[in-house]
Design a protein around this ligand. Structure first.
Ligand SMILES: [Zn+2]
Length: 369
């Protein structure tokens, strides 16, 4: 996740916060300040911070349940739209996935129950009309936030917990890829419905529709890649015929290589053969326009692209490529030498080849598969 700050480490999990989150805080502060001055602004900001505290506890619920099954969670990122716990992998067994998925909303139910007891013991619940009025106690507002988090996550569409739950339930009766495909189709249907209703009712619903649509699409693609590439390694599907550029090269040489080959990304290596960066076609053209052909490639190349070992599983490398939105990943052998490039075209071609083989297998029976 780009533009995120590290906040703290809890149970070995890096808690990060996205920079746009601070914009949200500032905006809420300003909005409340306009209506009620400094006290209202403080109240608004504290309320938002507490909401995100509840979201963080929800994500920690997922992470701790995953840890129970031996799955690590490297980080949790808090975004203005909610939290994302990045699990190292998803549990293989549907029953485990169900447990990990339910653990998040279960935390919110616990918090809501605790708040309900506290409210009952102190002020008592306000009646429903009073909910519309300003100046509700913080406990009451937080109670409703947690109920809302449970309801929102019950929507059976990725990336909400309801979508995962639906997929896990389907996966008990069919294979994982098919279960994901059906769950993603349902997600697309729900996104469409939200969009239509949102046009009449609220722009917020349209935003959620877009969020759900892309969530469903990316989950379906990921599951497809996982199912076709089972046990495949990066080495079996990388580009091995490629041109690298020396660190001392200029954009002039890079342009020559661009015109001579069909490559769009060029690994840049030092004199020991170690990869120092990747020069993309877009960066090359932008730099040509700005600073001319004599510019060294070292000044233009991207240095934030991770290398992967050739023994890495295909779907892991694909997930990594998506996470960093990298145009290509350099592939290294066990001695750290550059032996290939892993590109989105490799993934696309692999999907085509494997689904052709799969279709052949289905048509002619298992012997042909
Ligand atoms: Zn969740």
């Amino acid at each position: 996740m780009h533009w995120s700050f590290r906040l703290v480490r809890i149970f070995g999990i890096e808690i990060k916060i996205h920079v746009t989150f601070f914009l949200l805080l500032a905006w809420i502060g300003w909005l409340y300040h306009r209506t009620g001055g400094v006290p209202a602004a403080i109240d608004g900001v504290v309320f938002v911070l507490l909401i995100f505290g509840c979201v963080l506890l929800h994500e920690l619920g997922h992470a701790l349940a995953a840890a129970h099954f031996g799955i690590k969670t490297p980080d949790i990122t808090l975004l203005p739209i909610g939290g994302v716990a990045r699990l190292e992998r998803m549990p293989e067994k549907p029953a485990q996935e169900i447990a990990v998925t339910l653990a998040g909303p279960a935390v919110n139910i616990l918090i809501a129950a605790g708040l309900a007891v506290a409210i009952g013991l102190t002020t008592g619940f306000p009646d429903l009309q009073a909910l519309q009025q300003p100046g509700l106690p913080m406990t009451v507002r937080l109670f409703w936030v947690n109920i809302w988090l449970v309801i929102f996550n019950a929507i059976p569409a990725f990336p909400m917990d309801g979508g995962r739950l639906l997929r896990a339930l389907l996966a008990m009766r069919m294979n994982y890829a098919r279960a994901t495909q059906i769950a993603a189709n349902i997600g697309h249907g729900i996104a469409f419905l939200f969009f239509i209703v949102g046009l009449w009712a609220s722009p917020m619903l349209i935003l959620i529709a877009v969020f759900v649509y892309f969530g469903a699409s990316s989950e379906a693609l990921m599951a497809q890649v996982r199912s076709i590439s089972k046990d495949l390694r990066v080495s079996s599907a990388m580009v091995t015929q490629f041109q690298a550029l020396p660190l001392a090269a200029t954009l002039n040489e890079a342009v020559e290589a661009l015109l001579r080959t069909s490559q769009h990304e060029f690994p840049v290596t030092d004199h020991d053969g170690q990869v120092r960066g990747i020069l993309t076609r877009d960066d090359m053209i932008a730099a040509l326009r700005k600073s001319g052909a004599a510019t060294p490639v070292a000044e233009v190349m991207r240095t934030d692209i991770p290398s992967v070992p050739q023994s890495m599983l295909f779907d892991r490398a694909f997930a990594l490529m998506q996470q960093c939105s990298c145009p290509a990943l350099p592939v290294l052998d066990s001695l750290g030498r550059l032996v290939g490039l892993f590109t989105p075209e490799n993934v696309g071609e692999m999907i085509m080849v494997q689904s052709a083989l799969g279709a052949r297998g289905r048509d002619r029976g298992p012997a042909a598969a």
